[in-house]
Design a binder for this molecule. Structure first.
Ligand SMILES: N[C@@H](CCC(=O)N[C@@H](CS)C(=O)NCC(=O)O)C(=O)O
Length: 185
């Protein structure tokens, strides 16, 4: 299999983490690219031209990141996404929340790349609220269900993705609502 990805893409990082968790490193060749350039093989595999995109050994392709992760999860034992029941919907909902946070942070980063006079303070504030509120929600979810592997996995993922330095959003990285009581003075 071949994975088109970008080093700066959080969605790609999510798939990379899944590959690592599932021990699939040997089965997948990673090809780094800039999706904003013309990349013919990527465009042929995914008409949206986005990363991550996975090309399977039969030449067909899979995207976007939730679809790729769900597929990779079926390839080796030890499911990170439960196959059925209530737990499955809980995990998929958590993944949608994660993706929504990524969408909002991605939007902020892209908006800040525009000329200052073209940027919308209103949109940035709206996306920041989404991210901040969702991180608070995840923090409390994590405290309620500390032993569920998938929650730990997603929580690590969120922390990694929202690394303040990488995404230039340090103001969202810390919040009084997310203090661990064991570390409170
Ligand atoms: N929902 C998609 C989002 C993928 C996405 O937006 N990737 C960005 C890079 S972070 C991209 O390829 N952008 C190129 C473009 O929009 O043309 C997923 O989860 O994979």
């Amino acid at each position: 299999m071949k994975l088109f990805y970008s080093k700066t893409s959080p969605y790609s990082r999510k798939v990379k983490m899944m590959i690592h968790e599932k021990g699939l490193q040997q089965a997948i060749t990673s090809v780094t690219c800039n999706p904003f350039d013309e990349v013919p093989e990527l465009g042929a595999a995914n008409s949206l031209g986005k990363v991550p995109t996975l090309i399977l050994d039969d030449g067909s392709s899979l995207y976007d990141s939730p679809v790729i992760c769900a597929y990779l999860d079926t390839l080796t034992p030890g499911r990170l996404i439960p196959e059925s029941g209530r737990e499955r919907w809980n995990v998929l909902r958590s993944e949608a929340l994660c993706d929504g946070i990524l969408d909002a942070t991605y939007n902020i980063v892209m908006e800040r790349r525009r000329d200052t006079q073209e940027q919308s303070a209103g949109w940035i504030a709206q996306w920041k609220t989404q991210v901040s509120r969702s991180l608070d929600h995840i923090f409390h979810l994590r405290r309620r269900k500390p032993h569920q592997k998938y929650v730990s996995f997603l929580y690590l993922l969120f922390l990694y993705l929202l690394d303040g330095e990488k995404l230039n959003l340090p103001e969202l990285h810390r919040s009084p609502n997310r203090k661990n009581p064991r570390h409170r003075r």
